[in-house]
Design a protein around this ligand. Structure first.
Ligand code: XMP
Length: 504
């Protein structure tokens, strides 16, 4: 199946989110670098994403306008994309000195197309600096903001520009606006998870050829879906599970059971000593991640020999936060699947990441269509570096053992009270600074434990969950009474942003 919608990536953190929204609405979309537009065939529509640049800067990324016009398909410019189209059609922009960031209201003037059925003054999400100062000839204003500045334009028949971001959930009617745009295409929606699975399988078979794929599995949703996909694609695959000593209580046994159930044979490597030795004395979160990422590779290489192709279940949020995708986004944290050696392998064409354009819930949907049991797909995400990212400061066996016990109490209580499936991710962190307390009439200088439970759609943003006090009280009592070395339990009430989900 040909890609129907090309989303041209001008560097916004949200570009892939546009792709995902379009797919949710039943059309096959993919993200492309703007300069590759000319190579694409069979497009039914084009969307130009937002981006951090100013169109007024002579070096800002461009579009092949003549080619875009020759496609004769509906076009939507979002934020930077709208400003670029405005310039191409002959309009002007005012470079801003301050940015407009956050919620705003939509004042619709033309509800015949993009805004058909959209309520008045609905909330939209802005993230831009420049504004349109002069409309191109023939363009009309479709909506303005509170200050009467045009924020939605119709450039010509089915070419539109919107200043706000319809792809983020903070734009309350963003989905309906995108749907209205897609309604202008010459094809009906029909792309679904089954079609998507077939596309991914086709891509895997083409990329792998007859090479052997070594793939790291953790038992988490991503690597399980990856291993089953590779199995289903019928390529030669060697899945390896590394027990790093930084797994949760009973996790290694459960992971082995899980793979036996889905019919995928895995090799298990026990490497606790090697991981803990390598991390000895290290307290810097980025360095810890890099040590772990490299050690994973050492384990894979020493067990699998010369690796022809290395597959990992990298998801889109991992790529964008590590900012090595070639996009303009800045580094937030280096995910373990983006360490230098992986990047070197990648440059040699030896890394396979079939899930790198997907968000978590898309991976779960794919997993369901692959027949993976719900309990495996509904497991909360668990990061590649394991409990190390929940152990600020030096990672020690003592802290890990305490953490494992506390985490087990937390997770079991969430399951018992019916909260596990309502929560997107729950995690337990052991802090590095001890605090003073009293146990049995004597001073106790012990570790604090932090409980965190969030809901999220795609890990890019998250909100903390209001677990009822009686449940929290029960968990706290059990941890304080049952876990040696802990004298304080905290509950994390931070949203992402600014906090991330994990502590490191
Ligand atoms: P943060 O902490 O960045 O986490 O808000 C977002 C999601 O990603 C998971 N996470 C990771 N997953 N490798 C992974 O595979 C990593 O290095 C990593 N770091 C964070 C985290 O658990 C959450 O679900």
């Amino acid at each position: 199946m040909d890609v129907q919608i090309a989303v041209l990536d001008y560097g916004s953190q949200y570009s892939q989110l546009i792709v995902r929204r379009v797919r949710e609405l039943g059309y096959y979309a993919k993200l492309y670098a703007p300069e590759t537009l000319k190579e694409l065939r069979g497009l039914e529509g084009v969307i130009l994403s937002g981006g951090p640049n100013s169109v007024t800067d002579p070096d800002s990324p461009d579009v092949d306008f003549g080619f875009l016009q020759s496609l004769n398909v509906p076009v939507l410019g979002v934020c930077y994309g709208m400003q670029l189209l405005n310039k191409k059609f002959g309009g002007d922009l005012t470079p801003g000195t301050t940015s407009e960031y956050g919620p705003a209201r939509l004042f619709i003037e033309d509800d015949s197309t993009l805004f058909a059925g959209i309520g008045g003054h609905s909330q939209i999400w802005m993230s831009h600096t420049d504004t349109v100062s002069r409309l191109p000839e023939g363009a009309t204003v479709m909506a303005r903001n509170e200050d009467s500045i045009p924020i939605a334009l119709r450039f010509c028949k089915n070419w539109y520009g919107i200043q706000f971001h319809p792809e983020v959930t903070h734009t309350h009617e963003g989905r309906a606006i995108l749907k209205n745009f897609l309604n202008q295409l010459n094809v009906e929606p029909g792309f679904d998870v089954e079609a998507f699975k077939q596309e991914i399988l086709k891509d895997i078979i083409a990329e792998v050829g007859d090479r052997e794929v070594v793939c790291g599995v953790s038992g988490g949703v991503d690597s399980t879906v990856l291993a089953v996909l590779l199995h289903e694609a019928g390529v030669k695959v060697h899945p390896i599970f590394v027990d790093t000593g930084m797994l949760r209580k009973n996790e290694a046994v459960e992971v082995q059971k899980q793979f036996a159930e889905v019919g995928v044979e895995i090799e298990t490597i026990f490497a606790e000593d090697r991981f803990l030795n390598a991390l000895k004395g290290e307290t810097d979160p980025e360095k810890k991640r890099k040590i772990i990422g490299n050690l994973f590779l050492d384990e894979f290489f020493s067990h699998a020999g010369e690796i022809e192709l290395f597959a990992q279940g990298t998801l889109y949020p991992d790529v964008i936060e590590s900012a090595t995708s070639g996009s303009i986004a800045s580094v937030i944290k280096t995910h373990h699947n983006r360490v230098n050696r992986i990047l070197e392998l990648k440059a040699e064409g030896r890394v396979l990441e079939p899930l790198a354009e997907l968000f978590k819930d898309e991976v779960r949907a794919l997993g369901t269509s692959l027949g993976i049991p719900a309990y495996a797909l509904n497991r909360h995400p668990f990061p590649g570096p394991g409990l190390a990212v929940r152990c600020p400061g030096e990672v020690t066996k003592e802290k890990l053992d305490i953490l494992r016990e506390a985490d087990d109490i937390f997770i079991c209580a969430l399951r018992k009270h019916g909260w596990y499936d309502k929560i997107w991710q729950a995690c337990t962190t052991i802090l590095n600074s001890k605090s003073v307390g009293v146990k049995g009439d004597v001073r106790a200088y012990e570790f604090p434990i932090v409980l965190r439970a969030v809901i999220s759609e795609d890990a890019m943003t998250a909100d903390w969950v209001e677990i009822p006090y009686p449940v929290l009280r029960e968990i706290s009592n059990k941890i304080l009474n049952g876990v040696k070395g802990v004298n304080r339990v905290l509950f994390d009430i931070s949203t992402k942003p600014p906090a991330s989900i994990e502590w490191e």
